[in-house]
Design a protein around this ligand. Sequence first.
Ligand code: GLU
Length: 435
Amino acid sequence: MPVVRFAPSPTGFLHIGGARTCLFNWLYARSTNGKFILRIEDTDQVRSEKKYLDEILDSLKWLGLDWDELYYQSERFAIYQEYAKKLLDCGKAYKDGEAIIYRIPENAQIKFFDVLRGEITIGTEQLKDQVLMKSDGSPAYNFCCVVDDALMEMTHIIRGDDHIANTPKQIMLYEALGLKPPKFVHIPMIHGEDGSRMSKRHGATAITEYRNQGYLPEAVINYLALLGWNPGTDKEMFSLKTLVKEFSLKRVNKTAAIFDMTRLNWVNGQYIKDMDIDKLTQMIIPVLREKGYINDNYDRKWLTGLIELYKTRLPTLAHFPKLAGFFFTDEIEYEQEAVDKFLKIDNTCDYLEKFAQALEKSNPFDKQQIETNVRVLVNALGINAGEMIHPVRVALTGGPVSPGIFEIIEFLGKEKSISRILKVVKKLKAKEFDI
Ligand code: GLU
């Protein structure tokens, strides 16, 4: 049975690269009826923190990645001590104070097999003696990693290729302990668009940040799966379930993956667009609450309708208050560019006043009736609808783009729409705009 693990150190938040490593391990286990182990590598008692541990576990749960077994290396020091002692007793290691050090054999070749790169050979002259146990009684990473990977009977180690330099040292320790090494799959790193390793400079790196910005776990999974693995088809949308069916290590890419935020936003937008509208509304409510845009008294039906109107335009949940914020506040921020372009035409005041009158007369106040009245007005004036609609949009929303203006007006309601239009007329007459 295939056995794999994800082995995060709780010395930082779960990084996008770590999440992808975890996903690939999880997919390999789930697609082969294998076992997926989560092993917390908390041997560094100074740098390991509970807040990071909690965050890692939360992020994995949020992504939908579950584990079959969970271990903490901090609870296993006695085991590492015992194995280090074995190497001491047979003379392969020596003591330096309290520390136990492995003596590198001279003139030996270390071979291992990497599923993506084939056989790799390294001469021991390139390696230095290895610390197994530090003088404070804690184990060194390469040592406890080998002991655990062996005792937990890993068949495959799937991890980032930033660890490839550790692998020969680990192979050597397997051999020294008389244990059989697993197969290795070193997956290429994730790079930013400039080709350097993904870091804060390229955007958010912690999974929590994506969660807080309104990315959906399904979208993050879908995106990460295709970041370094290809299905061999043009298919772009993958749920965890379909990934389990289609994932194979053979299709893991051999070259670095480039993190593409535009792509992630597109994928996330697809999930938002296809989401059940009640579920989507439920997810957006806390975002609006946090902004102070709604309290306990809001019209759920109205809000659901509004979200329906915007749902094809949202790369993330956080975009909803950005794009539709003007529905929730009367403090309109007029974008200078839109003001320059659409409010300085000669007849603006006249058009806006007439538009407001047409709204006044719209009964019932729904998008069809509003549109009918506006079309009649526009025809009577002999102008293009756009000449009126553009300034109206700036008056109502503050900006140059929005969903259909008649829908916007219906959702805003008669009173608000008229008062916003007349406010701009007043401002224009008082020359309050900087045009
Ligand atoms: N704790 C190590 C890390 O987070 C694990 C490396 C490995 O997978 O062996 O990088």
